[in-house]
Design a protein. Structure first.
Ligand code: SF4
Lengths: 418, 371
C-alpha cells in the first residue's frame, strides 16, 4: 500500500545508545516532510551495523555488499531514471573506506542519490577496528596509526563535484540537513557522527575532532542522467558484397602480410579479403599487433577459399608479404618451406638471401610510400599470380574513404619490376 | 553478375553478439575496456540505447546490478582480469537474482598472461565462481551463426531464471573477420522482461513451481520490492538459518537443476556406426568440424558433439558421451578443463584429451589424436 509513512514499527536492531537509530529516524522524518511515499523511496544498504536498516524502512530496499552501496545506488538511480523516485544510500565509515572510489565516482558524475554516512570511527560489527575515517585522537588512544590522518569525506566529495556535501554535528539539525540533501538535484552526501556504545563509549571528545563544526558545501551542477538514444542496426552499415569477378583460386589460399604499425597492413588485408568476396570467394582475416597499436609490427592473415572457412588458423601460408623490418623480425622465425616470400627491397640482406623459399624482392616502399607499401605488394601479388582480377581489388577500394590514395598504391604495385 | 539470395558481408562475431543483445531487448552496455573484449565496448557505444564507461570492473558490476534491480537489462564484456574483480559483484547479483549478461572473452593466462592470445582457460573459474558451488549459467558459441542465437538464448535465460549469465567466448572467436551471409541469422524479438502474473500477497522471493521469483523492478508503484544479497527469506530480508531462507538458498541451485532441459544447447552430429566421439566447444569447434570432415572423407566413423550449455552440465550431454567407446575432448587449455568438469581427476580410459596453449588447436592435431 502506498503511504507517506516511511518507517516500519520494528525495534531498532542496534545496541543500546547506538547513534544509528536517530539517523534512521531523521531520514524517515525528512522524507515524510518532503512528501515522499514509501513507494517513491529506495533504500540501498551496505554491510556492517549500518547495513541492518532494511527492515526498519517500509519502502523498497536493496541490500548489497561492503562499500559498494553507493555504486549499486548509482545503477539503481540511472536505471530508474525517474526524478520522482528517491534513492537513499546508507553506509558506515568502513563502507566509505573500502568503497571510496564509488563515492568519488558518484560525486564526480553528480548522480541523483543521497548518501548517508554513519561515521562511528570504527568497524562495529567486526570488533571495533579502525577505518579510513577514524580520527587521530581515536587512534592515539589505541596506539595505532596515530600519524595517519582520516579522510575528510565531505571535502573529498565536494572536490569531486558533489552537488551537496555536509557534515551534521547536532542532532537538532539532522532532519533539516537531510531535507536539504534530499532536495538537491544530484549527488548529496551527509556525514553524521554516530556513537558506537559497544566499542567506543568514551569517544565523544574523539568525535569532536571531526565534528567540531557543521559544514555545507555546494557545487552548482545539473545531475548526470541516463542517456537514451535509439540507434540503427550495426548490420545496416555493413557493405553487402556480391560476386562480380572470377577467380582462379581452386581451393584455398592463405596469405600473411607483415609490416609496421601505421603502415596500412590491416586495412590492406581487409581489402584483400573483400576482393576475394567480390571474386565469389569466402574469406577470413585476423590481425596481430603489439598492445601499443601505434608502434612495432603489424601482421595480418587472410584466407581466401571457395568454400566457407571454418578453422581460421594458417599453418602454411601460400605467400608471405613483408614490407618492413618490424614485420620481418616478427615473422622470420616462422617461415614455412612452401611459402612464396615477397619482400621489400630494403629487406635484402644475408639473412633473407639465405632463404630456401622462392623469394621475390620489389621496391614497394619507394613506389607507394610507407603507408601504401603493403597494398602495393598485394596488388603486385594479384597481378603476378593471376589468382584474381585486379579489377576486383580496385572495386574493393572504390567505396573506401581514401580510395584515391589507395588506387595510386595499387597502380604503383602493378608497375613494380622484380 | 551472379544473382542470389545471399547477403554476404565481412564482419566479426563481436558485432553479431552486440547486435543480438540489443535486438533481444538489452538496455545498457556498461563497459571497462580490456583486450580482447574491446570490440564489444566499441560496438556497445555505437549500438546500445545507453552506454556507461565504468571506472573499474568492480563498479561496472555494481552499476549493472543497480540497473537490473531497476528493471533495465545490462550487458558488459570483459576478460579474466576483469572477471576477477567482478566476481564479488557477480555473486551479489546471483544471490539477488538479477538478470544480466556478461561476455567473457578468454585470453591466455594466468594473470594478465597474453592479452592478444586466445585461450579456453576460464571455464573452471566460471564453474566455481559462486561461493557454495551454485551454477551460474555459462553458454558458449562456436561460430558466427550461434554467436547470434546463443546471445539470444543467454538473454532469454537470464530473464527467465532471473540470473546473471556468462557468454563464454575467446579472442579468435570475436576478433576474426569472416565473410558471412546475413540471411543465416534468425529473427530476434525483444524478450518480455517483467512478470505479468504475480501471486498475492506479493513477496519478492516467493516462488511457485517454476522456482523463480517474479521480476518486478525497484520503485514499483504497486508492489514493495526488496532485493537482498545476504541470506534472506521470501520477504527479501536478512534471515539466518531458518527453514524458509535455507529453502530460498537451495532454490538457487534447484531452479537450474529442475529445468535444465529448457537450457540444454548443443549440436550433436552423429554418424551411423561411429564409436568415437569428439567433444568440444567454443573456438576449438571449427577445427573439430574440419577434422571430422577430413576423418569421414578418409573412411573413419566419428561423431561430433559441440557443447553450448557449458554450465550447468545438461544430463543429455553426458548421456551422449556415455554412448561412445572413445571420447576425445578438444580444448585450448592445459589438461582439459571441460573434461575435468565431466570426469573429474579420474577419467576412464576411454577419454582422450587434445590440449594446447598459445595457439589454436589445428584440425590435423585432432585427426592425429582420433586415428
Ligand atoms: S556495535 Fe556499535 S555501531 Fe554497531 S550497533 Fe552496536 S553500538 Fe551501534
Amino acid at each position: 500500500m502506498t503511504k507517506n509513512k516511511i518507517l516500519n514499527k520494528v525495534k531498532m536492531p542496534f545496541c543500546q545508545g547506538c547513534g544509528h537509530g536517530i539517523i534512521v529516524r531523521s531520514i524517515a522524518k525528512a522524507m515524510e516532510q518532503l512528501g515522499y511515499t514509501n513507494h517513491d523511496t529506495v533504500i540501498v544498504s551496505d554491510i556492517g551495523c549500518s547495513g541492518l536498516v532494511d527492515p526498519l524502512f517500509d519502502t523498497h530496499s536493496i541490500h548489497g555488499l561492503h562499500g559498494r552501496a553507493p555504486a549499486l545506488g548509482v545503477g539503481v538511480s540511472l536505471g530508474l531514471d525517474n526524478p520522482n523516485k528517491k534513492v537513499i544510500v546508507i553506509q558506515g565509515d568502513g563502507g566509505v573506506t573500502i568503497g571510496l572510489q564509488h563515492v568519488l565516482e558518484a560525486a564526480r558524475r553528480n548522480i541523483d542519490i543521497t548518501l548517508v554516512v554513519m561515521n562511528n570511527l570504527l568497524y562495529g560489527m567486526t570488533g571495533g577496528q579502525i577505518s579510513g575515517l577514524s580520527t587521530q585522537k581515536f587512534k592515539e588512544q589505541r596506539h595505532f596509526e596515530v600519524d595517519v590522518p582520516p579522510f575528510d569525506i565531505v571535502k573529498l566529495a565536494h572536490a569531486s563535484g558533489a552537488a551537496f556535501s555536509a557534515r551534521a554535528t547536532s542532532i537538532k539539525t539532522y532532519t533539516e540537513v537531510l531535507k536539504d540533501a534530499i532536495e538537491v538535484n544530484g549527488f548529496s552526501i551527509v556525514e553524521f557522527s554516530s556513537l558506537c556504545t559497544s566499542y567506543a563509549f568514551k569517544k565523544l571528545d574523539e568525535l569532536q575532532e571531526v565534528f567540531e563544526e557543521a559544514e555545507v558545501y555546494r557545487n552548482e551542477r545539473i545531475p548526470v542522467r541516463a542517456h537514451h538514444k535509439e540507434r540503427k542496426s550495426l548490420l545496416d552499415n555493413l557493405q553487402i558484397i556480391e560476386k562480380e569477378f572470377d577467380s582462379k583460386i581452386e581451393k584455398r589460399v592463405g596469405l600473411v602480410l607483415a609490416g609496421s604499425a601505421g603502415g596500412g597492413v590491416q586495412s590492406a588485408a581487409k581489402l584483400l579479403a573483400t576482393t576475394g568476396m567480390f571474386s565469389g570467394l569466402h574469406s577470413t582475416m585476423k590481425g596481430e599487433y603489439p598492445v601499443t597499436v601505434g608502434t612495432g609490427f603489424s601482421i595480418a592473415e587472410v584466407i581466401l577459399s571457395t568454400t566457407p572457412v571454418k578453422y581460421t588458423g594458417l599453418e602454411t601460408p601460400d605467400a608471405v608479404i613483408v614490407v618492413s623490418d618490424d614485420g620481418w623480425n616478427k615473422i622470420k622465425g616462422n617461415i614455412q618451406e612452401n611459402s612464396t616470400i615477397i619482400l621489400d627491397n630494403s629487406l635484402k640482406n644475408e639473412e633473407t638471401e639465405s632463404l630456401k623459399n622462392k623469394v621475390v624482392y620489389g621496391d614497394f616502399n619507394r613506389a607507394a610510400g610507407k603507408r601504401g607499401a603493403a597494398l602495393a605488394a598485394l596488388s603486385y601479388w594479384i597481378k603476378d599470380t593471376g589468382m584474381m582480377d585486379i579489377e576486383a581489388l580496385k572495386k574493393s577500394v572504390s567505396s573506401h574513404k581514401y580510395s584515391k590514395v589507395l588506387l595510386e598504391a595499387i597502380e604503383a604495385g602493378l608497375n613494380i619490376l622484380t | 553478375m551472379e544473382k542470389n539470395n545471399k547477403q554476404m558481408v565481412f564482419t566479426d562475431a563481436s558485432m553479431l553478439i552486440t547486435e543480438a543483445c540489443v535486438k533481444a531487448g538489452a538496455d545498457v552496455f556498461i563497459g571497462y575496456p580490456i583486450t580482447p573484449s574491446n570490440r564489444f565496448y566499441q560496438y556497445g557505444t555505437q549500438r546500445f540505447p545507453s552506454f556507461l564507461a565504468g571506472p573499474d570492473e568492480i563498479t561496472v558490476m555494481q552499476w549493472m546490478a543497480g540497473y537490473s534491480a531497476a528493471g533495465k537489462f545490462p550487458v558488459s564484456a570483459t576478460a579474466f582480469p576483469g572477471l576477477a574483480l567482478m566476481t564479488e559483484g557477480l555473486n551479489m547479483a546471483y544471490a539477488m537474482e538479477l538478470p544480466m549478461l556478461l561476455i567473457l572473452t578468454q585470453r591466455l593466462g594466468p594473470s594478465t598472461g597474453s592479452a592478444t592470445t586466445g585461450a579456453q582457460g576460464d571455464l573452471m573459474f566460471t564453474y566455481g565462481a559462486i561461493s557454495g558451488h551454485y551454477p551460474i549459467p555459462v553458454f558458449s558459441h562456436s561460430d558466427f551463426e550461434d554467436s547470434w542465437t546463443m546471445t539470444y538464448e543467454a538473454i532469454k535465460t537470464a530473464i527467465k531464471f532471473r540470473t546473471p549469465v556468462i557468454l563464454l567466448t575467446s579472442k579468435e572467436l570475436v576478433m576474426t573477420n569472416k565473410s558471412f551471409d546475413l540471411n543465416k541469422l534468425k529473427e530476434i524479438k525483444p524478450v518480455e522482461k517483467f512478470s505479468t502474473k504475480v501471486e498475492e500477497p506479493y513477496k519478492p522471493y516467493k516462488t511457485g513451481k517454476e522456482m523463480v521469483p517474479p521480476y518486478i523492478p525497484l520503485g514499483d508503484d504497486k508492489y514493495q520490492v526488496r532485493i537482498n544479497a545476504s541470506t534472506h527469506n521470501d520477504a527479501g530480508l536478512i534471515k539466518k538459518n531458518d527453514p524458509e531462507s535455507m529453502a530460498n538458498t537451495k532454490r538457487l541451485k534447484e531452479k537450474f537443476e529442475k529445468r535444465i532441459d529448457e537450457i540444454a544447447f548443443y549440436d550433436f552430429d552423429n554418424q551411423d556406426g561411429a564409436d568415437k566421439l569428439i567433444v568440444t566447444y567454443g573456438i576449438s569447434a571449427d577445427a573439430a568440424r574440419d577434422a571430422v570432415a577430413e576423418l569421414r572423407d578418409s573412411g573413419e566413423k566419428v561423431a561430433l558433439l559441440i557443447v553450448k550449455t557449458m554450465i550447468p552440465v545438461p544430463p543429455k550431454v553426458m548421456e551422449i558421451m556415455d554412448r561412445f567407446n572413445s571420447v576425445i575432448f578438444v580444448e585450448e587449455n592445459i589438461g582439459g578443463i571441460y573434461k575435468e568438469i565431466i570426469y573429474g581427476k579420474n577419467a576412464p580410459a576411454k577419454v582422450i584429451a587434445v590440449n594446447k596453449i598459445g595457439s589454436l588447436i589445428s584440425p590435423s592435431e585432432i585427426v592425429k589424436a582420433v586415428k
